[in-house]
Design a protein. Structure first.
Lengths: 98, 211
């Protein structure tokens, strides 16, 4: 049996990845909006994003919107793939051994 | 297992969590369909309703009122609808950047340009037409533009329901045009006006399938 990806397999990080998975390829979500949607504190979300970024699953782009610094987030290709794999693995566990 | 809680892992719960989070996120990032569709439905129900009552089939006046009232009402309500739906669409797009934003912005501009182009023609022609034909020109033309925008929207975002709505509006618009002034207003008021209200309601109750 495959091990469930430990990076994703933590409720908070799973939620982050699930939320970002709804974005279309090529789109990014601003940090404050993601924070609002997830209902996490900024600090808490930053910690989880850092771990996901270190694993190469999330791209974090720091940019400017006019003069305001903004952080834009999205799943990387690898992150999308990892999420798909994770979901498939969980589903397989649900279906159970034959 | 999960770092953040001590409850035992449940595959079913995990899948449910994923589904819920995805659905909550999608809903936050999609405009409220009631704001997108109801204003148009109301504008058409009332505006075309008045047009029908004042300029009925075969030039009959069903309910007397000033000649300018129906079209002015229709247009005032449509401007409100344009602004409300436009703002609702733009607001949500604010926090997402990337390819979608560009598409959304261009689509928004297309609404302006579409109505602009049509209005220029209608303004030019109206002085040469009697009241009932002016009513048909503006009425069928505006509805035509909206139908076209929904067809395009369905194509751009590959949303079957939006495309179907555009198809329906276009089809009844054509049917109404063929039937003539008077009947056109009735068909749009009830057929399209009511459809828009139903669409807004359904999309609100069953998010995910629409837009």
């Amino acid at each position: 049996m495959d091990e469930l990806d430990p990076v994703i397999h933590a409720q908070a990080r799973l939620r982050v990845v699930a939320a970002l998975s709804t974005l279309r390829e090529g789109d990014q979500l601003a940090f404050p909006r993601l924070q609002e949607i997830l209902g996490m504190t900024a600090g808490n979300l930053s910690v989880h994003l850092r771990k996901l970024e270190d694993a190469g699953y999330v791209s974090v782009v720091k940019t400017h919107s006019g003069r305001t610094p903004t952080t834009l987030l999205c799943l990387s290709r690898r992150g999308r793939f990892a999420f798909d794999e994770y979901t498939a693995a969980v589903r397989a566990l649900l279906d159970g051994p034959q | 297992m999960g770092e953040d809680d001590d409850t035992p892992f449940s595959a079913a719960d995990t899948l449910k969590l994923i589904e819920e989070q995805r659905s909550t996120t999608a809903r936050s990032l999609t405009p409220d369909p009631r704001l997108l569709y109801w204003p148009w439905g109301i504008a058409w129900l009332i505006g075309f309703g008045l047009l029908f009552l004042r300029y009925g089939p075969d030039n009959r006046i069903l309910v007397d009122m000033p000649a300018w009232l129906p079209l002015s009402t229709l247009y005032a309500l449509m401007i409100v609808a344009f602004v409300v739906s436009g703002v609702a669409g733009a607001r949500v797009a604010r926090h997402v950047s990337g390819a979608s934003s560009i598409t959304g912005a261009l689509y928004g501009w297309t609404w302006f340009l579409g109505f602009g182009g049509f209005s220029a023609l209608a303004i030019r022609l109206s002085p040469h037409l009697s009241n009932e034909w002016t009513g048909l020109l503006w009425g069928a033309g505006s509805v035509g533009v909206v139908g076209l925008m929904y067809l395009n929207g369905g194509a751009i975002w590959r949303t079957r329901d939006l495309f179907t709505l555009g198809l329906w509006i276009t089809a009844i618009n054509i049917a109404g045009i063929i039937a003539g002034p008077g009947w056109h207003s009735l068909v749009i008021s009830l057929g399209a006006g009511a459809s828009m209200i139903i669409t807004g309601t359904m999309a609100h109750l069953k998010p995910g399938r629409w837009f």
